[in-house]
Write a protein that binds this ligand. Structure first.
Ligand code: ASP
Length: 403
């Protein structure tokens, strides 16, 4: 018998949770602990996951040969496209404001930590004065990311044996952390059941929850579509001088795989095969850019995280200042770099942004219910962006392609 797929399990959990929350309101404490445990488990894996993912990512770039120009171009492409994606999301979420008016009974839970801090302060605090303190304190994720990048970079600057040892070490930890994350993700249906049952049981007006979630999903999907079908093709056409639609046609299989597995990593072999054998990019470029892209280039995830955080802030009735929104953009970019290419990794990362801008972590409960569905769309966008990047970089290196 085929394994019952996670998104179906989640869908069923979701339906059951809504029914439970509506009809068995008074028994909700019997199940809400599942949501609490799930949230705790997510928080538990944040630090080791981010640390190992970023260190191994940076180390693997640094250790590659011909790093210089190729590395710079690749990173430039990743940062630029992810930033475009985030800004697309930010504009749409500010225009449609899907969280506003969503009476989610959350106002009383708001712990008004959102203080207006200057960007200067924020930038200064990226450098931790005590790294152990930063690790043990959930509010200093930016410092942890900063330290991980620095540490990863200098692993590539030490001599043979130490370099090899540390590279292998962090790659291995990352591998294990991915397994731990996947393990935690398996309990998502239960976590969702607990959290959603609780949320629903606290609702006076279920219809408005449905309405506001519907608009939220629509905003995420519209922003993803704009990025995938307008921004990326334009960049591929005018900067890469390639044919984006022909390339898209070659990419159908990996894109559908990305959509159904929600994992850039699982899709990687298919992406490499399509970009290399169909679009005609050399192995030199695919082997460098695509695995890297699957780990750190996540346009869809970056966009999604920005929209999700803004949605949570709107639902809590918190106006984020311009500076705080800039902070969301920067953190969303860093968080998308730190997100693993596995299902729902982006969800774990949202807690980082919430922490950085001082929003309650429990806000994740609001978007959890629809995360898995949106994951399919954002993962396809992630893989599409990786593949466009490989084409553009290959063209800029003078390769003759079929697209
Ligand atoms: N599932 C996404 C990916 O593999 C990451 C995420 O959760 O956003 O690309």
């Amino acid at each position: 018998m085929r394994k019952f797929q996670l998104h179906w399990q989640i869908l069923i959990a979701l339906i059951l949770a809504v029914l439970f929350g509506v009809f068995l309101k008074e028994y909700v404490n019997w199940v809400s602990w599942m949501g609490d445990i799930f949230l705790r488990a997510l928080k538990m894996i944040i630090i080791p996951l981010v640390l190992s993912s970023i260190i191994s990512g940076v180390t693997n770039i640094g250790n590659a040969e011909n790093l210089g120009r190729l590395g710079l171009k690749t990173i430039l492409y990743y940062v630029l496209t992810s930033t475009f994606a985030i800004i697309t999301g930010l504009i749409l979420v500010n225009v449609f404001r899907p969280g506003v008016g969503a009476d989610l009974n959350l106002e009383q839970a708001v712990n008004l930590q959102v203080t207006s801090q200057s960007l200067g302060d924020v930038l200064i605090r990226i450098i931790p004065d005590n790294i152990v303190d930063a690790f043990s304190n959930n509010t200093q994720m930016l410092s942890v990311i900063f330290f991980a990048i620095l540490f990863g970079f200098f692993i590539t600057r030490v001599s043979g044996r130490s370099n090899q040892l540390l590279t292998d070490f962090f790659n291995a930890i990352f591998e294990v952390m991915m397994k731990v994350t996947l393990f935690v993700i398996r309990f998502t249906p239960f976590g969702i059941f607990g959290l959603v049952a609780k949320t629903v049981s606290e609702q006076d007006d279920l219809l408005s929850l449905m309405e506001s979630m519907g608009l939220y999903m629509l905003v995420v999907m519209m922003a993803l579509a704009l990025h995938a079908f307008i921004t990326l093709p334009l960049i591929t056409r005018f900067i890469g001088k390639a044919k984006p639609w022909k390339h898209f046609n070659f990419m159908k299989t990996p894109l559908l795989t990305a959509f159904s597995t929600s994992s850039s990593n699982a899709t990687l072999p298919l992406t490499m095969q399509a970009v290399e054998d169909k679009s005609g990019v050399s192995n030199k470029i695919t082997s460098f850019t695509l695995p890297l892209g699957a780990t750190i280039n996540m346009d869809g995830t970056a966009l999604y995280e920005c929209v999700a955080v803004m949605f949570i802030a709107q639902a809590y009735g918190i106006e984020l200042s311009f500076m705080q929104q800039v902070l969301v953009v920067i953190t969303a970019l860093l968080a998308s770099i730190g997100a693993a290419g596995i299902p729902m990794a982006g969800l774990v990362m949202i807690t980082i942004i919430l922490t950085v801008v001082g929003l309650p972590l429990e806000g994740v409960g609001l978007i959890l219910a629809v995360d898995r569905i949106l994951d399919m769309f954002r993962t396809a966008t992630n893989v599409w962006s990786d593949s466009c990047g490989a084409v553009i970089i290959a063209k800029s290196e003078g390769e003759t392609l079929r697209v």
